[in-house]
Design a protein around this ligand. Structure first.
Ligand SMILES: Nc1ncnc2c1ncn2[C@@H]1O[C@H](COP(=O)(O)OP(=O)(O)OP(=O)(O)O)[C@@H](O)[C@H]1O
Length: 257
């Protein structure tokens, strides 16, 4: 299983959203995409998800152009959780999570595998306690967990998630990160947009730093989440430390001129 972008470019009017972006994502890895607001993170995700056509370069899935795949086949292979995803109708939580199985459904409807996948996804995101509630009655963070469960239920080869932790409390952020790690440990590729450097340090096998539509760095967190590269990407100084247990942490300390 492979997913890569080659010299990807997106230009709208005279604005270059992405410029010569080439990355090979690894299956079995969590890749965290980081960068300042407007860096092009969501644009890259939309290209990977097939929701935006690049104006240059290409997206390759298993070494074939993304566009060569049949729609349903793609939906099974690539799951996408957009930024600020919302739900516009008031189905109950279990039904909504079950929709994540839709690309797998045969003509006989729901199978035991479908039900097991939904149960696993709901457990991973701790949403079983409100399975029968209408989605519109949930808090923002609860809804975010349900939407993460829906994409997890699809058990795609590639899971794309754009800021899935944004509305979650610290405990559920850790659950979310653990869920992403488990997806990768099961062999899928996870590509996740994050804003929190410490979440990236915790979860990522690879970190992609973007700025102004270009790749600043791509590699393991220890090599990429450094004071110098974080400064070059965000224009902030950071204190880089080691927490008990050996995990690195980064605290942005001040804006650089
Ligand atoms: N249709 C459009 N026309 C012009 N500019 C656009 C369009 N869509 C996005 N942009 C711009 O492209 C840039 C990249 O946007 P993108 O959403 O990919 O950034 P991002 O890295 O995901 O940012 P954030 O962290 O704020 O979510 C931004 O400056 C945005 O304003």
């Amino acid at each position: 299983m492979s997913l890569s972008v080659e010299t990807l470019a997106v230009t709208i009017g005279d604005k270059r959203l992405l410029n010569e972006v080439s990355v090979a994502f690894a299956s079995g890895h969590v890749t965290a995409i980081l960068g300042p607001n407007g860096a092009g993170k969501s644009t890259l995700m939309a290209c990977l998800a097939g929701l935006m056509q690049p104006t240059g370069g290409r997206v390759l899935l298993d070494d074939r152009p993304r566009g060569d795949f049949e729609r349903r086949d793609l939906a099974r292979r690539v799951g996408y959780l957009p930024q600020e995803a919302d739900v516009h109708w008031n189905v109950d939580v279990a039904t909504l999570v079950g929709l994540g199985r839709f690309p797998h459904r045969g003509r006989w409807g729901e199978t035991p595998e479908d039900r097991d996948a939904v149960t696993r996804a709901m457990a991973a995101t701790d949403v079983g306690g409100f399975a029968k509630r209408g989605v519109s009655t949930l808090s923002g963070g609860e809804r975010a967990r349900v939407l993460l469960a829906r994409v997890l239920a699809g058990e795609p080869d590639w899971l794309l998630a754009d800021e899935p932790l944004a509305n979650l409390d610290p405990a559920h952020q850790l659950d979310g990160l653990d869920a992403l790690r488990r997806v990768a440990a099961a062999g899928a590729g996870v590509i996740v947009v994050l804003h929190d450097l410490n979440h990236a340090a915790r979860v990522a096998d690879d970190v992609l730093l973007l700025r102004d539509g270009r790749v600043v760095a791509f590699g393991p967190p220890d090599q990429v989440l450094t004071r110098d590269l974080v400064a070059a990407t965000y224009g902030v100084d950071t204190h880089v430390g080691v927490a008990p247990g050996g995990r690195r942490f980064l605290i942005p300390t001040e804006r650089l001129a």
